[in-house]
Design a protein around this ligand. Structure first.
Ligand SMILES: NC(=O)c1ccc[n+]([C@@H]2O[C@H](COP(=O)([O-])OP(=O)(O)OC[C@H]3O[C@@H](n4cnc5c(N)ncnc54)[C@H](O)[C@@H]3O)[C@@H](O)[C@H]2O)c1
Length: 299
């Protein structure tokens, strides 16, 4: 049975543009008080919109790759909202990077993407977990990853034999591409955090899961493909391509459904949302990288 999220408190990072504001809006529609941060100044406009749902909202300009920003944002959130039950680790950066790139470009790209996508999620997790343990009322961490790093590990020809296989009647997604080595590495790194955190935090009823979605309409994907941010300026060809992407509100609803599973729900699970299939919360996949017992405190 789905639990109610009303009265809980949440953080959404990277909520100025893209999918982040959709997570924040979906949470406030469920009666959750929400704190948001972003490196963009326009994040300060979001609380006024969120509060129309009758909840408290708080915003701060903060860079999740900077420990001092993370500390200040998390402390200020606790001050403004009284605690933290849910962390949506969403802030992300994506750029083309190639094995052939020169060292200087590579280092800049590495700092930018690994700094936000992996170090940022790590820092936010560390700061929020300490608060969740202090509160001693459980919690939820959702790391936003990508379908590039999603694999169930099963050989392709065995997929249809798994009743929960999300690719049973769809093409199996590839794991990224040769033009995104740093982005993909930063997102694969999230598995390390998820598996370790889920095991360590299970005795405290804190769940840790990952959302591994494919193309979803946002500032990032339009920028990546050099598509206009304004739909009025799209060509017919671009409109056709955009129509294949997932809608941010549908992805946000999957996160809400995941949170509503409550403490007895799936844990250490990557949830794949792939283009060509309606985004919805499928049954959890079997754990392939850690033992099920490890999540019950009796490993
Ligand atoms: N859109 C997609 O197709 C897609 C697919 C798979 C995964 N994702 C992931 O979803 C997440 C959101 O992506 P999006 O498409 O909405 O991107 P977006 O660029 O549209 O929005 C990302 C937001 O994060 C903010 N941000 C970036 N670096 C930050 C930092 N260091 N500190 C604080 N805020 C920061 C940006 O300013 C922006 O507001 C990312 O982690 C991304 O990798 C997106």
């Amino acid at each position: 049975m789905a639990i109610s999220l009303k009265g809980k408190t949440a953080i959404v990072t990277g909520a100025a543009v893209g999918i982040g504001p959709a997570y924040a809006r979906a949470l406030t529609a469920e009666g959750v008080d929400v704190a948001v941060c972003d490196i963009r100044q326009e994040i300060m406009d979001l609380p006024a919109q969120l509060e129309t749902n009758g909840v408290k909202a708080f915003a701060m300009v903060a860079d999740v790759s900077r420990p001092e920003d993370v500390r200040e944002f998390v402390d200020s959130t606790i001050g403004a909202l009284g605690g933290i039950d849910i962390l949506i680790n969403n802030a992300g950066k994506c750029k083309v990077s190639l094995a052939e790139d020169g060292l200087d470009k590579t280092l800049d790209d590495y700092e930018e993407m690994v700094g936000t996508n992996l170090k940022g999620e790590f820092l936010m997790g560390r700061a929020v977990i300490a608060q969740m343990l202090k509160q001693d009322r459980g919690g939820e961490i959702v790391n936003i990853a990508t379908d590039h790093m999603f694999t169930c590990g099963a050989p392709h020809d065995q997929c249809p034999k798994n009743p929960n296989c999300p690719w049973a009647d769809a093409p199996r997604p590839t794991s990224g591409g040769h033009v995104m080595d740093i982005y993909d590495a930063s997102k694969w790194g999230l598995n390390g955090l998820m598996f370790a955190w889920a095991q360590a935090l299970k005795p405290h009823s804190v769940r840790v899961n990952g959302i591994c979605m494919g193309a979803t309409d946002s500032w990032m994907i339009r920028d990546f493909f050099r598509f206009p941010q304004n739909s009025a300026e799209e060509t017919d060809e671009q409109k056709k391509e955009i129509a294949t992407w997932m809608a941010k509100d549908d992805v946000a609803q999957v996160v809400i459904d995941l949170l509503k599973e409550g403490p007895g729900g799936r844990n250490a699970n990557n949830i794949n949302l792939c283009v060509g299939r309606p985004p919805k919360l499928e049954p959890p996949l079997p754990l392939l990288y850690i033992k099920e017992e490890a999540l019950h405190g009796d490993a």
